[in-house]
Design a protein around this ligand. Structure first.
Ligand SMILES: NC(=O)c1ccc[n+]([C@@H]2O[C@H](COP(=O)([O-])OP(=O)(O)OC[C@H]3O[C@@H](n4cnc5c(N)ncnc54)[C@H](O)[C@@H]3O)[C@@H](O)[C@H]2O)c1
Length: 248
C-alpha cells in the first residue's frame, strides 16, 4: 500500500474530518496516533477505526493532547516515534470556531481560537522539524474562511488565513529538510462543526445541499497531499468545497 511502514499523527482525530483522515491513512497502510482532548472519545474512535478498517489494533494509538500546549504536543511527537519507531505524516486538523460580534470579543476569545487553530499547528510543525526525518509530510487543515467569510467569526477566519501563511513559511523552511508542507481548505462538511454553526442554524449562511461534502471527501485530499503521489506539491493549498466558492 502507498503508506505502508509510515506513521502519522492526526490531531482532532476523535471525530469529524480527523477521524475520517485517520481511517483513510490506515486504509493506505499507515499507523496512526490519534490526538484529541478526551481519552474516552479517543478510545471509542480507536475501537471504531479498528472495526471499520480491519487494521491491526497495534497500528492505532491514542494520546490526550491539547494542541495549544507545547509540552503536550512534544509528548505526542515522542509517543508516535516511541510507539511506531518513526514519524512521517502530520495532519494539523484540530480546530475550534466561536461566534461573537467583534465589539463583544475579548483578547481571551482571540487567544483561545488562535491558540488551537494557528499556534497548535505551529507547535506541531516545530516538533516535526525537530523530529521527523527527510521524506516527512505535513497537511494543515485550513478552511474556505481563509478566502471568504461571514460575520461573527473574525478570530477563526484570521487563524485559518494565517494558517495558509504558516503553510508557505513552513514549506520554505521544510524543503531543505526534505519535509513537504501543504494545506487543504474544506468547504461545508457534514460534521458537528457545520451544524453547530449559529449562522447556519439561523439561515444567515445558506448552503446548497449539493455544496455539503463528507469528512471522507476532505480525508481523500489530505491523504493525497500526505502521500507519495503529491511528492512535487509543496507550499500549496487545495480548496475542497465542491466548487462552492467559484459560483457567482
Ligand atoms: N466541518 C466543516 O464544515 C469545516 C469546514 C472548513 C474547515 N473545517 C476544519 O476542519 C477541521 C476539523 O473540523 P470538523 O468539522 O471535523 O470539526 P469537529 O468539531 O468534529 O472536530 C474537531 C476536533 O478537534 C478537537 N479539538 C478541539 N480543540 C482541540 C485542542 N485544543 N487540542 C486537540 N484537539 C482539539 C475536538 O475535540 C474535535 O474532535 C477543523 O480545523 C475545522 O476548522 C471544518
Amino acid at each position: 500500500m502507498k503508506l505502508d511502514e509510515c506513521s502519522a499523527i492526526v490531531t482532532g482525530a476523535a471525530g469529524g474530518i480527523g477521524y475520517a483522515t485517520a481511517r483513510q491513512l490506515l486504509r493506505e497502510g499507515a499507523s496512526v496516533l490519534l490526538a484529541d482532548l478526551d481519552q474516552k472519545r479517543l478510545d471509542d474512535a480507536a475501537g471504531r477505526l479498528a472495526t471499520d478498517t480491519g487494521a491491526d489494533p497495534k497500528r492505532i494509538a491514542t494520546i490526550v493532547c491539547d494542541v495549544s500546549r507545547e509540552d503536550q504536543v512534544a509528548a505526542a511527537a515522542d509517543a508516535a516515534i516511541a510507539g511506531f519507531g518513526r514519524w512521517d505524516i502530520l495532519v494539523n486538523n484540530a480546530g475550534l470556531m466561536s461566534f461573537k460580534p467583534i465589539e463583544e470579543q475579548t483578547v481571551e476569545d482571540w487567544q483561545r481560537i488562535l491558540g488551537v487553530d494557528l499556534l497548535g499547528a505551529f507547535l506541531f510543525i516545530k516538533q516535526a522539524f525537530l523530529k521527523m526525518k527527510t521524506g516527512g509530510t505535513v497537511v494543515n487543515v485550513s478552511s474556505v474562511h481563509a478566502i471568504r467569510t461571514e460575520p461573527l467569526v473574525a478570530p477563526y477566519a484570521a487563524a485559518k488565513t494565517a494558517l495558509l501563511s504558516l503553510t508557505r513559511s513552513a514549506a520554505l523552511e521544510g524543503k531543505p529538510k526534505g519535509i513537504r508542507v501543504n494545506a487543504v481548505l474544506p468547504g461545508a462538511v457534514d460534521t458537528p462543526m457545520l451544524w453547530d454553526n449559529p449562522n447556519v442554524r439561523s439561515g444567515a449562511e445558506t448552503i446548497n445541499k449539493a455544496d455539503i461534502g463528507s469528512p471522507d471527501d476532505i480525508a481523500a485530499a489530505i491523504a493525497f497531499l500526505a502521500g507519495p503521489a503529491a511528492a512535487f506539491i509543496c507550499g500549496d493549498a487545495i480548496r475542497v468545497d465542491g466548487g462552492r466558492l467559484v459560483r457567482l
